[in-house]
Write a new protein. Structure first.
Lengths: 574, 560
């Protein structure tokens, strides 16, 4: 028997995949997430998603695949903080343009040792989204091209990236800066004595802290008089924000010549950087620590993302429920309208009166044996009245169905409009979705006529005439089916008096013919059938909203689970 | 500080944009007031709220001292607002320093305190941050008089203190003249351009841009910087911005700034210009409410007719007419039908009676002419289409309001339609005189045939059976039998003939009746449609038309 520890280890080995495969898997999972429903926090979630992707693509995956690749130091910070000047000074040559115009640096410049140039020029490794241009390059290079400059001064295995600013009016700079930072082994945040309290600077520093990067903070342009106060205040603020562990450097306000500071100003920074690269252990430490802290942040950031996805899923359910609730209401409304006699108005009532009052109703009942009195002229008219009543009943029901559906559609649109997510989904479609669908009228006609047919069938198959009556009375199925419908829709099943004077004529007639028991069962069946048919119609109407939701590509319930799983796999693989 | 500070021309360039006529403000306020009144409940609520807030603010500001001009110094942290404030005041009133952010609440300095109190209260400046300067105390050799200036030193808008941002927003939206203090490090910052400058395109006249700290730059760098800044601002829609360059530290350009302030204060115009610019900016947001074309004044005839038709169907007019026609002819038959025929019909077996439901027939007949109300669902569907043609050219919010106006009285329609029908019914329950005549004639004929029968009986009794002596010979003369039979047959035949002739006449007149009935019901429905649907729609269209006209007077000067 193997000791339990061994067993655990074996299990562990079996479960864990190589780290890069797990990471690639995680990357695909994250990339597949879509935030289509607007909700508070969605924008942040999208940023988080993009950050995670950038970090995986630009840093984690390349770093995990090759630990011996050169270190990337990214200089980031406010416009006018002197990033380019610092790079120039560190390299000892004017590799990046400096000046008084803001923002100065628009194309990112990467400086590396000539031996490393091939590695950096290869787009497959780090920052795969960026093109490469061997420097020195003309000014016209666009932002998504990395200009690669060679410098003998830099040690092997170290590259400096002069990133665009994070706070100028050119917003695309902010995006590139964020992406470069995600790819960095070491962050150098550069700010000035005039800016150190800017909100934007602190946003950057908080990100650095949250990403777990190895961080160097440079406070430049510190005036001679009163400078200590600023440095002390800044250090205090860093401490309050949990950043006291970062390497801090101060560069005094000074005369810049040839795009460079006096050499001694950057000595401290230089030493720090060289110290890291030259010492093999220190280098490995930096890599391990940055990579480790980045992966640590995944522990919270990926589940955070998954939580947002869960919110999306929940939001989708809410929207779907709202659509369904509106149609359920419409169905309830219809139920009510077919019970309270409101259908027996207008045309239906007039047709019914015509049918009942002229004696056509009586003629629908015939005495057996004797050919009861039919005057020729009336006889021809009788089917016309039956037909007219049938049509009136159908169109009355149709109107009811359509009006309730229109209201439901409007209702859903209004409810969705109240939510930012719904409002966005409705964009450009509100007019179409806010009305009942074009086919509804046709479908309603079909549903109601087949219901009417169903009633005739019911009368034929279930309408067993009472024996006492059957002896001497026979009846016309179609006309009787209309009496049943009027009774059902106009007067309901209850005996409640109805506003019109005809009281419960149909009921009494039917009861006399079929008996109460049989009538009740027929009524219940007819009502259930109508409800079923209209329910189906409304389901089809509600589906349009479901399709709008599905078409938007809202992630399903499995996505967050997969994200949690991928995070767990990552922990196992580490 | 190692940078040298050579003397720089302090006043870089001042462009004075053409000032709008001072009368423009009251017209604008009136128009905006009317727009708010007309658009309330119809136009997008946030726009309405903003407009109402602006009207309130304008009213408040106009009531407060017109002798004072409120100038706010705004800018990023560390741009030197407070230094500039102190330089203009000539005293160290607002604390300056290197720690960021420095100023955390607004400071005010007033030249000529008379009447400024309520204004400062309105601005919510804490009294410990209020300073007063008498113009006479101003140092020697300073240009212009600043009498009437209220200078505000604002906190920054871009530091980590989020509360400052709200404070700045508050003052930036109420000050008469805003001075943005930028510095060479920060002049292209996202925070100031996106949040403020992009909204200032119409506010060039009441905005002043100052590039401070030029002592940090070489002269040619200053020119370059100003050029770049101007390019940025113009790209953001600020035509011909006024840009001054100063160095509060070295004192360069501060006199120029004071001069600009003195001019603004002396003109007493900034207050009005500011409100005009605000109103113009707000009115521009109304642009989406301006439809491409003049709205229709009324629903076109075709649609109105279609509506009446649909409502008539909803009320069941054809059905009612038909059922009335049936009722009419049934009733007519009661009067003019040949009673003998009716008697014969009653002899037939009656299923209803046999089902002991005989009384149902009476009920059915009684229910015949009860009034019918229209069906709500029918009505609702009829109303869906009516506004479609007239709303096409309307902005979405007005489309909604016109549609709602069309449906506003939908609940009342069924009853109103029912009443329209009901009013017509009684006249058709009248009984024409000739029915009575025909009826009398029928009874005369019946009487004649009964008499004939009696006569025949007496002839048979007296003449043929010799049962007694006939009082008159005519009663016993058997030779008269064929004539008497002929008489009876004639009377019965005449009766049948009269009845069928009357039936034909009734058939003709019942058709005529139902046509007239339908016509009158339709005219009643037409009236309901007019008062309950078309008129509300037309009223709403008229409101939009007025709104659109007001808007066009407000917008047209802004468009070109």
């Amino acid at each position: 028997m193997t000791p339990p520890a061994d067993q655990g280890a074996a299990k562990h080995r079996a479960a864990s995949l190589p780290l890069d495969e797990v990471l690639a898997e995680l990357r695909d999972q994250i990339a597949s997430v879509r935030f289509v429903l607007d909700a508070p926090g969605t924008e942040e979630a999208e940023t988080t998603q993009q950050d995670l992707l950038n970090q995986l693509d630009d840093y984690v995956l390349p770093r995990v695949r090759r630990t011996d690749s050169p270190l990337l130091v990214v200089l980031s910070g406010s416009t006018g903080a002197g990033k380019s000047t610092l790079v120039n000074t560190l390299v000892g040559a004017r590799v990046s343009a400096t000046g008084v115009l803001r923002p100065t640096t628009s194309s990112p410049i990467l400086v590396c040792h000539p031996d490393d140039a091939d590695w950096w020029l290869d787009e497959r490794y780090v920052l795969p989204g960026f093109g490469r241009v061997p420097g020195p390059a003309p000014d016209a290079v666009v932002g998504d091209q990395l200009v690669i400059m060679k410098s003998e001064v830099l040690p092997r295995g170290l590259a400096l990236l002069d990133s665009p600013d994070v706070d100028s009016v050119f917003e695309d700079h902010h995006e590139f800066a964020a992406q470069f930072l995600a790819a960095a082994d070491i962050w150098m945040c550069v700010t000035t004595a005039a800016r150190y309290a800017d909100a934007q600077v602190w946003r950057l520093l908080h990100r650095a802290r949250d990403h777990g990067a190895t961080l160097g903070i440079v406070l430049s342009r510190v005036p001679e008089e009163g400078g200590e106060e600023v440095v002390a205040h800044f250090a205090e603020m860093l401490k309050d924000n949990g950043l006291e562990a970062a390497a801090q450097f101060t560069i005094p306000e000074t005369k810049v010549s040839g795009g460079m500071l006096p050499k001694e100003m950057s000595d401290e920074v230089q030493e720090w950087l060289t110290g890291i690269t030259e010492d093999e252990d220190g280098r490995a430490d930096v890599i391990r620590s940055t990579l480790g802290s980045v992966l640590d942040t995944f522990r919270t950031r990926v589940p955070e993302l998954a939580k947002r996805v869960e919110e999306q899923v929940a939001l989708r359910t809410v929207l779907r429920d709202e659509a369904e609730a509106a149609y359920a209401e419409a169905l309830a409304e219809l139920d009510e309208a077919t019970r309270n006699g409101s259908l027996l108005r207008g045309e239906v009532l007039a047709r019914w009166q015509d049918f009942a009052g002229t004696g056509d109703l009586e003629r629908a009942l015939q005495s057996r044996g004797g050919q009861a009195g039919h005057r020729g002229g009336r006889r021809r008219r009788a089917p016309a009245r039956v037909r007219a009543l049938k049509v009136a009943l159908r169109s009355g029901l149709e109107s009811l169905v359509i009006a309730a559906a229109e209201r439901a559609a409007e209702d859903v649109v209004a409810r969705w409009r109240d939510r930012p997510a719904g409002a966005k989904l409705l964009e450009g479609r509100a007019d179409e979705l806010g009305r009942a669908s074009a086919e509804l009228a046709r479908r309603a006609t079909r549903a109601v006529s087949s219901w009417q047919e169903h009633i005739i069938d019911l009368i034929r198959t279930e309408g067993v005439t009472k024996r006492s009556v059957a002896k001497f009375v026979s009846y016309d199925d179609e006309a009787l089916s209309l009496v049943l419908m009027v009774g059902l829709l106009g007067f309901g099943t209850s005996d409640a008096p109805v506003e019109t004077g005809t009281s419960a004529v149909p009921q009494r007639l039917l009861k006399a013919l079929f008996g109460a028991e049989s009538l009740r069962s027929m009524s219940a069946k007819a009502r259930a059938d109508l409800r079923g048919r209209i329910g189906m119609l409304y389901d089809e109407e509600a589906i349009r909203f479901g399709q709008a939701l599905d078409g938007a590509g809202v992630p399903d319930e499995t996505t967050p689970v997969q994200l949690y799983q991928a995070t767990y796999n990552l922990e196992v693989a580490r | 500080m190692t940078a040298t500070t050579p003397p720089v021309s302090s006043l870089e360039e001042i462009q004075t944009p053409p000032r709008p006529a001072p009368s423009g403000l009251s017209t604008r306020l009136d128009v905006l007031d009317r727009l708010v009144a007309l658009g309330e409940g119809r136009v997008d609520q946030s726009l309405m709220d903003d407009a109402a807030a602006l009207l309130t603010r304008a009213g408040e500001r106009l009531r407060l001292s017109g002798e004072h001009t409120v100038v706010a110094l705004a800018g990023g942290t560390g741009s030197g607002k407070s230094s500039l404030f102190n330089a203009v005041c000539g005293l160290e009133l607002s604390p300056t320093g290197l720690r960021r952010p420095m100023t955390s609440s607004a400071h005010a300095c007033v030249w000529g305190l008379g009447g400024a109190g309520p204004l400062l209260d309105w601005l919510e400046i804490e009294s410990r941050h209020r300073y007063a300067r008498a113009s006479a105390l101003d140092g020697e050799g300073q240009v212009g008089s600043l009498q009437g200036l209220v200078l505000l030193d604002l906190p920054d808008h871009d530091s980590i203190r989020a509360a400052h941002l709200a404070e700045v927003d508050k003052y930036v939206s109420v000050a008469d003249l805003i001075v943005w203090v930028l510095d060479p490090q920060k002049y292209a910052d996202f925070a100031v351009h996106r949040r403020y400058f992009e909204q200032l395109s119409g506010h060039t006249g009441v905005t002043l841009i100052i590039l401070n700290q030029i002592d940090r730059l070489e002269p040619e760098e200053v020119t370059e910087c100003v050029k770049d800044l101007r390019r940025l601002l113009e790209a953001e829609g600020m035509g011909g911005p006024t840009i001054l360059t100063t160095s509060a530290k070295a004192g360069t350009g501060v006199d120029g700034f004071r001069e600009v302030l003195a001019d603004a204060v002396a003109a007493r115009q900034a207050r009005l210009d500011r409100l005009v610019a605000d109103i113009d900016r707000l009115v521009k947001r109304f642009e989406g409410q301006y439809g491409p074309a003049e709205p229709a004044e009324k629903v076109d005839d075709r649609r109105a007719a279609a509506l009446v038709e649909a409502l008539a169907d909803a009320a069941g007019v054809p059905a009612v007419a038909e059922s009335m026609e049936s009722a009419y002819s049934l009733r007519a038959h009661d009067y003019v039908g040949w009673p003998v025929g009716r008697l014969a019909a009653r002899m037939h077996s009656d299923p209803l009676r046999r089902m002991r439901l005989g009384e149902l027939r009476q009920e059915l007949r009684a229910a015949f002419t009860t009034p019918v109300n229209a069906q709500q669902a029918h009505v609702d569907n009829a109303l869906q289409e009516v506004t479609e043609g007239v709303v096409e050219d309307l902005p979405p919010s007005w489309q909604r309001s016109v549609r709602e106006a069309g449906r506003s009285k939908a609940e009342q329609l069924p009853e109103s339609l029912g009443n329209a029908l009901r009013d017509v019914v009684p006249t058709f329950n009248q009984i024409p005189a000739w029915w009575w005549i025909v009826r009398a004639w029928q009874w005369v004929l019946i009487a004649a045939s009964v008499l004939g029968l009696v006569w025949l009986g007496t002839i048979v009794a007296y003449g043929a059976l010799k049962l007694g002596h006939a009082p008159w010979t005519v009663l016993g003369d058997t030779g008269l039998i064929p004539y008497v039979c002929l008489l009876i047959v004639c009377a019965l035949g005449l009766g049948a003939f009269t009845s069928s002739a009357a039936r034909n006449m009734i058939a003709l007149s019942s058709v005529r009746h139902s046509e007239r009935l339908e016509e009158r019901m339709r005219s009643g429905i037409n009236e309901s449609a007019r008062t309950l649907v078309l008129e509300p729609v037309e009223r709403e269209l008229a409101v939009y038309k007025t709104f659109r006209e007001e808007l066009s007077t407000a917008i047209s000067p802004l468009v070109h």
